[in-house]
Design a protein around this ligand. Structure first.
Ligand code: ATP
Ligand code: MG
Ligand code: MG
Length: 383
């Protein structure tokens, strides 16, 4: 079991939780990122590399020390991944990462495979006139989005009318853009999909609540959604991930519209915030599943079930540097049995993902009741 070595691009919180899973199987993970990054803090061996996970030379060096290279972030250099893939496994495939890191190309690809997504229009060097044309085509409001380097909504601008054009272009004008038809969703759903050498498996459908475009809460399974829709969401997510190449876990974000139809919002080719709950709620977590799939360690669909309803609450930074620690300390003191995760990212900043907590209970009602004091603490500290 401990013979294979994994190379990891990025040592943030997703990498850290991936290392926790690898440590339990005594599998070495060589990380390329800054010294003392969250994942490196919990992994003591001589195989790490210090530097940027975007640096081609460093990626090449890392690849010479491992059996498979994987990522905790999609914003990496896929040219070098393509080059090294002739000698070392890259999972998921560089082709998948390249396609997904351009959100417009990702959507075009899904549409070619008849996977429903919000209507999208590419915009090269957008002007006010271009935005006016787009508004006439797909209606107002629409979402102006950066094609690349987007996360936590940083790269999105809702355009309500022509009076927003200047502000939208000021915010995003220097980036490659596309416009997306507004999705009037009644809920946001997500499914973690596991792509193995044999096919695709899915975790249950969860509900995600975003505030200011940042994920705040995850309810697993999704509340107030029919069994039929929960299953349709799993099927859609599997179909979407099956269009891509390579192995690993994928986070699939979806919009549930008023008529119960589903649209894919976007796909992440890696572990995902909406899958943190799996650590406590499922026999095999998303991190275990990622490790198993990229190393061809067996994994079964029934191992991805939810044992007990669960809720995950992100610990987002507030204005003071110790705000996340304060949230964690007071949440522990509340004594409701939540599993608290702090990522070791240093000082908190407003909206920065600093940690999360997960509660499981025999029913969603009980989980909601237990979560309420933690929500109150969080809202009080975040203001
Ligand atoms: P992530 O951190 O998930 O990678 P991101 O920066 O890539 O986020 P998106 O997932 O595109 O951003 O959008 C963030 C949120 O903004 C969505 O979860 C949703 O709440 C809202 N949103 C995005 N696209 C649309 C749309 N077309 N219509 C309505 N709301 C949208
Ligand atoms: Mg995204
Ligand atoms: Mg998203």
């Amino acid at each position: 079991m401990d013979k294979k070595v994994v190379g990891l691009l990025g040592g943030g919180q997703l990498g850290r939780m991936f290392v926790e899973a690898a440590n339990r199987l005594n599998i070495q993970v060589n990380i390329l990122d800054a010294a003392k990054s969250p994942a490196k803090q919990i992994s003591s061996h001589e195989g790490h590399f210090e530097g940027s996970f975007k640096d081609p030379e460093a990626i090449e060096k890392l690849s010479k020390t491992c059996d498979v290279v994987t990522v905790e972030i999609e914003h990496v250099d896929t040219q070098i991944l393509e080059k090294i893939s002739s000698r070392v496994a890259v999972e998921p495939s560089w082709k998948t990462i390249r396609m997904i890191q351009d959100k417009y190309a990702q959507k075009e690809h899904l549409q070619e495979y008849n996977v429903a997504t919000a209507q999208s229009i590419p915009l090269a060097g957008a002007t006010n006139e271009d935005l006016q044309k787009v508004g006439e085509q797909i209606g107002f409001p629409f979402m102006l989005k950066s094609r690349t380097e987007a996360y936590d909504g940083r790269g999105n601008f809702p355009v309500k009318s022509s009076t927003d054009f200047d502000a939208a272009l000021k915010a995003l004008g220097s980036r490659p853009l596309y416009a997306e038809k507004w999705a009037n969703f009644k809920a946001e759903l997500a499914v973690m999909v596991v792509k193995t050498k044999d096919g695709v498996l899915a975790y249950p459908t969860v509900e995600t609540i975003h505030e200011d475009s940042i994920c705040k809460l995850v309810y697993a399974p999704a509340r107030n959604v029919s069994k039929k829709v929960l299953e349709q969401a799993q099927e859609l997510a599997k179909k979407a991930v099956a269009c891509f190449w390579g192995k690993g876990v994928f986070g699939v974000e979806m919009f549930l519209l008023d008529d119960d139809s589903l649209l894919i919002n976007e796909i992440a080719p890696r572990p995902h915030n909406s899958g943190h709950y799996t650590i406590e709620a499922c026999p095999v977590s998303q991190y275990d599943a990622h490790l198993r799939s990229i190393l061809d360690i067996p994994i079964q669909q029934h191992e991805l079930r939810i044992r007990e309803p669960s809720i995950m609450l992100n610990i987002l930074g507030a204005s003071t540097p110790d705000s996340a620690v304060q949230i964690a300390e007071r949440s522990i003191a509340a004594g409701v049995g939540a599993s608290i995760h702090l990522y070791g990212k240093g000082d908190a900043r407003p909206g920065r993902k600093m940690g999360h907590m997960t509660l499981t209970a025999p029913s969603m009602r009980e989980a909601e009741k237990a979560m309420q004091p933690l929500l109150d603490i969080t809202d009080e500290i975040r203001g």
